[in-house]
Ligand binder design. Structure first.
Ligand code: KIV
Length: 263
């Protein structure tokens, strides 16, 4: 699984054979430039989900429910989850939280909407967690995480993201559950993996978590291409004749003789 937020990225990913695309609320940080995911709105999510759904033909599409779209009341959660499928081409939704979100998870699933859970580092709770920190590192925290994972499975989640938790704990939870776990910063013992695509491509230069592997340096490549363009425009190397529209000499002469301003 990878994240995508636009048509061309979804197209390339789908053609590369990705199983699933998450339109993550990481959108807020890596595309919209917010400091965290909290300001992301339903309208922003739906706009980007629509673009992704136009690019992806085969992948399972999961829309991330933004902060305050499912926490306030269960009916609102169901209505917002439904919008991802009805108005934005998603196949499923993801939401953060364990025992505190079971009611919303059950209600969304009973409306016929598949739900992916998300435990461990939950960026929407960054202010409660005291920053983007690994979770489940003490025995009590690990037990609580396992309990929450079992509760989410029991509530009917079809899959579970485990973010930034110790690898041995993620593997243990993965073995205990019958639904697939998708790890991010949770080691190789999960059933699947997800990364934020802008991190993988080296496109987001502000901050790179320890668990990211950069497969490309798109930020560097973009800077190089933009610099080359600026230099070529300034020296009039661009546009060259092959990038330029022409007209015949005959039409040009006619134009000059017919126009009072021709010289
Ligand atoms: O928003 C997101 O991209 C996510 C992934 C990090 C799992 O939730």
């Amino acid at each position: 699984m990878l994240t995508a937020y636009d048509y061309p990225t979804a197209l390339a990913m789908d053609q590369a054979g990705i199983d699933s695309i998450l339109v993550g609320d990481s959108l807020g940080m890596v595309v919209l430039g917010y400091a965290n995911t909290l300001p992301v709105t339903m309208e922003e999510m739906l706009h980007h989900c629509r673009a992704v759904s136009r690019g992806a033909q085969s992948a399972l599409l999961v829309g991330d429910m933004p902060f305050m779209s499912y926490q306030v009341d269960v009916q609102e959660a169901v209505r917002n989850a439904g919008r991802f499928l009805q108005q934005a081409g998603m196949d499923a939704v993801k939401l953060e939280g364990g025992r505190d979100r079971l009611e919303a998870v059950r209600a969304i699933i009973s409306a016929g909407i598949p739900v992916m859970g998300h435990l461990g580092l939950m960026p929407q709770s960054v202010n409660q967690l005291g920053g983007f920190r690994p979770q489940g590192k003490t025995a009590p925290a690990a037990s609580r995480l396992l309990e929450d994972a079992l509760l989410l499975e029991g509530a009917g989640c079809f899959s579970l993201v485990l973010e930034s938790v110790p690898a041995r704990l993620a593997e243990f939870i993965s073995k205990k559950l019958s639904i697939p776990t998708i790890g991010i910063g949770a080691g190789a013992g999960c059933d699947g993996q997800v990364l934020v695509t802008h991190d993988l491509l080296g496109l987001f230069d502000r901050f790179t978590p320890k668990f990211v592997k950069k497969y490309a340096d798109f930020h560097g490549e973009m800077k190089r291409a933009f610099g080359e363009y600026i230099a070529e425009v300034q020296t009039r190397q661009f546009p060259a004749p092959e990038h330029t529209v022409e007209m015949t000499d005959e039409e040009w002469e006619n134009f000059l003789s017919n126009t009072s301003q021709g010289t």
